[in-house]
Every structure is written in C-alpha cells, then in structure tokens.
Design a protein around this ligand. Structure first.
Ligand code: CMX
Length: 434
C-alpha cells in the first residue's frame, strides 16, 4: 500500500515536532479560559490538535486549507460538471496533499475490495434488532459488531511497539470506511424496502455505490450522494462526533469503538440528528398551517411559536459559525441549479428569508444563520430519498472520513490519553468570589 509509506514519510517529522513542542514549550501559556467558557460547553477553548480541517467562524470549513468551492475545482471527479469524489477528500485529509486521479482510483479500488470482508454476524446482529429501531441504533450496533475484526487489538496484545500503533489503526480505518456504505444501505433497505437488498456494483465509486445499493440509481442521485459525502466529512476537532471519536481513541480503543462513540454523539438532535428533525419541523409546519406552500408571514409565525414553546429551530445556529454555513450554500446552489422548482427547495428558500430575523430578534442566539442540516434533507427528499430517519446515518457514513483520518494522525503523533480536570460547584463558587 503506497499510501502507507507516503504517510509515514510525511508524519515522521511532524510527530518529532509535536514531541519537541511538548518538551521545549510545554509550559507556554496559550490562552486564558473563562468560567463562562467552561460552563457553556468549552466553546473556543483551544484544547485539541486536529490537522484534517479548520473552521473559521466567518468563512466556514477548510479541509487542509481548502474551502469547499476550491475543492469543487481541485479534487478529481468523474465528469467535469460533476461533484468531487469523497475518496479525494479522504486522501487530502490523510496526507495533506491534493490527490491525483490515480490516487482516487486506488482508494476506490481498495475500499471496494475491503468492503467484501463484512463478517456475516454483522448482518445477524442487525437482524436481531426490531425493524423500527432507529437506523442510527442499527448503524451503531453494526459498527460495534464489526469490531471483532479489529487488527489493532490483536496487534496490541502481541506487544506491538507504540510507534507502530498507527499501522493497524490505518488498516482498521480503511476496512471500516469501506464497509459503511453497504451497512447503511442494508439498514435502509431492511427498514424501508422490506429487506429487498441490492448487491454493490464493483465498477462504482464509494458514494455512487451507496446510492446504488440504496436503490437510487440515477446519475443525479449519485452526484448528490458524492456532494453529501464530501461536505459532511469533517468539521474540525471539537464538534461532538469528532471529539468523541478522538476522546475514546485516546484510550487506545480500536477504531470501531472510537467511531461508534462519535456516532452516538451524532445521533443527538443538536448535532447530526438535526437533519432529520428539520424535516419533522417542516412537515409539522405544513400540517399546522394546512397547506403545502405556506407564505413567509405564516412561516415567521410558526418559527416564533417554536421559540415560544421553548424549542430550537433545527438547521439554524452554530456553536462556531457566525455566517451562513458554506455547506448550506453549496447544497442550495446545487438545488437552485438543478431543481429550483422542487417544492421543498422553494420552502427552504422562504425559510432562509425569515428565520434569521426571528432568531436574531431573541437577542441571545449567537448565529441566526442556517447550518448544513437546514437543506440536506429537503435535497435528499427532492431526489427521492424520502425516508428521513436514514439521513443521520448518511451523515455518519460521511463523517467517518474526517474523524477516522484524524484518529490515524492521533496515533502518528503519538498523542497521549485525554484527561482534562473537572471541579465541583463549590470550586466554581469560590472562584467567582476570589
Ligand atoms: N433555535 C432556537 N434557539 C437557539 C437556536 C436555534 N436554532 N440556536 C441557538 N439557540 C439558543 C440556544 O439554545 C441558547 O439558548 P439558552 O441560552 O436558553 O440555552 C442560546 O440560543 C445561545 O446559544 P448559542 O451560543 O447561539 O448556540 P450553542 O453554541 O449553544 O448551540 C447549536 C449551537 C447548533 C446546538 C444551536 O444553534 C442549536 O440548537 N441549533 C438547532 C439544532 C441544529 O441545527 N443543530 C445542528 C448543528 C450542525 C450539526 O452539528 O449538524
């Protein structure tokens, strides 16, 4: 595997730098932390080393320095007009370099081959769950069930030198990522299509195959899936799914355990589950207003009622972003270009016109603008993927690309176990009085 030797070459000097920073600058003060930050979710506290992507509050996400619009041009794609292949962003996040079309092809082939190794018991475990168990329950159970295959644990028990931990981590990550589309599609077909499963097409790319195995075989659906897999892949290190994966991985739990932790976090309504909740919110609005095409005035009233009832408006707001999420914008551009008249897209546009003002009027919401989830479900629905409970699973398949790449880097850097300090309420009261 030439990627492994390349990675080691890139990583060796970097891991030396990390060691040197700890040794020679370990005492350096890098930030003051306020009580408010600690008591409101540690926002803005620099406490993680993440190399795969960085989030700017105004500009949004950059993957190894490249924005989404830049990557649309720079990453290899199947058609000139089409979307970059997620294999390419994986390569970029892993190595820090832009891939050639050959690199992308190599990863596609590797994943197609590795995907064949899903152990039979994983399907038995999924089948043991009730069909109406939320797809995220089924997805995460399958991920844990796959950890019987972990090379990391075996290598650890044999007594592997810690400088080599990254190698079985890489193997586990490649296996795991390769298998997620088949698992996601299996759950989708089990829950929504009577278990009428579709075999993978070995000639297809990773995301194209996911759309195919789900039964959405048009080129448009495959293009949308590539876009979806690209933009959800990473969002810096502090979001719940990335941080949870990193935290659990810091105990040298294998990639399956680590990713499963991240997926448990993604299943929360304030994180990845928001993409499903947006659809519930929209549909409830249509039901309550009693029409398919509510006016902006009606939407505004419904949004205000949502707030008055002590609920959040899903798809809006962000812990870091302070502008419209570029992941929202790129989806809106796709929708406005190809399906401007789709009813759900019209609705998304109207909501975008009124909800920021409604949230702004509260005076407390720090970011009134839409995030990635405000449109993803409407777009999927418009392309025939209408089963909302699968949306967070699709988010999870994509998120694996970033958080698991970072997990390999955690091992390459030789990072230690994470163990921040906690204090009780008395300590905070005493601090306030100091
Ligand atoms: N609707 C209503 N209230 C909102 C809001 C929204 N969309 N966004 C923030 N607020 C409220 C918060 O609940 C908080 O209220 P309290 O002071 O009463 O607790 C206040 O505004 C301040 O919050 P904030 O600093 O602006 O936002 P946070 O960093 O605490 O939270 C987020 C960020 C995303 C959880 C929040 O904006 C939210 O709940 N949004 C809706 C859910 C959502 O879309 N999540 C998906 C995010 C993207 C993703 O991970 O997929």
């Amino acid at each position: 595997d030439y990627i492994k030797s390349k990675l080691l070459e890139i990583a060796q000097p970097k891991s030396q730098i990390v060691k040197k920073l700890v040794k020679e600058h370990g005492e350096k003060v890098i930030q003051n932390v306020t009580m408010g930050q600690v008591l409101t979710g540690m926002k803005g506290v620099v406490s993680l080393l993440t190399c795969t992507s960085k989030l700017d509050p105004e500009e949004g996400i950059r993957f190894r320095g490249y924005s989404i619009p830049e990557l649309k041009n720079l990453l290899p794609k199947i058609h000139d007009e089409g979307e970059p292949l997620p294999e390419g962003i994986f390569y970029l996040m892993l190595t820090g370099e832009l891939p050639t079309p050959e690199d992308v092809r190599y990863i596609s082939e590797q994943w197609a081959q590795r995907a064949q190794g899903i152990p039979a018991h994983v399907y038995d475990v999924i089948e043991a769950l009730p069909k109406d168990a939320h797809p995220m329950i089924q997805f995460n159970t399958a991920i844990l069930a796959m950890s019987t295959e972990s090379q990391f644990r075996k290598a650890y028990l044999v007594g592997m030198d810690k400088k080599d931990y990254w190698d079985p981590t890489y193997e586990g990550v490649m296996d795991l990522i390769s298998r997620l589309p088949a698992i996601a599609a299996y759950i989708y077909r089990r829950v929504f299509y009577n278990g009428d499963h579709i075999e993978p097409d070995p000639s297809l790319d990773w995301a194209g195959n996911l759309a195919h195995m789900m039964g959405h075989d048009s080129e448009e659906a495959k293009r949308l899936m590539r876009l979806y897999m690209l933009i959800h892949s990473d969002h810096e290190g502090g979001n719940v799914s990335a941080h949870a994966t990193h935290l659990v991985g810091s105990a040298l739990s294998n990639p399956y355990y680590s990713f499963s932790a991240g997926m448990n976090g993604l299943a929360g309504p304030l994180h990845g589950m928001a993409n499903q909740d947006v659809m519930h919110w929209l549909n409830k609005m249509k039901r309550e207003i009693g029409c398919e095409d509510p006016t902006e005035e009606q939407i505004k009233k419904y949004a205000e009622e949502t707030l008055a009832n002590g609920r959040v408006i899903p798809g809006y707001g962000h812990a870091v972003l302070r502008k419209t999420d570029p992941r929202f914008t790129v989806q809106l551009e796709f929708a406005n270009k190809y399906i401007p008249d789709a009813p759900y897209i019209k609705l998304v546009n109207k909501i975008y016109n009124v909800v920021p003002d409604v949230l702004g009027a509260t005076g407390k919401v720090k970011n009134p603008w839409p995030n990635v989830d405000a449109i993803s479900g409407s777009l999927l629905t418009s392309y025939g993927i209408k089963e909302f409970p699968i949306y967070t699973v699709l988010f999870g398949v994509s998120r694996a690309l970033g958080v698991l790449t970072q997990l390999i880097w955690d091992r390459l850097y030789g990072l230690q176990i994470e163990r921040p300090k906690s204090q009780n309420l008395r300590w905070f009261i005493d601090k306030a009085e100091e």
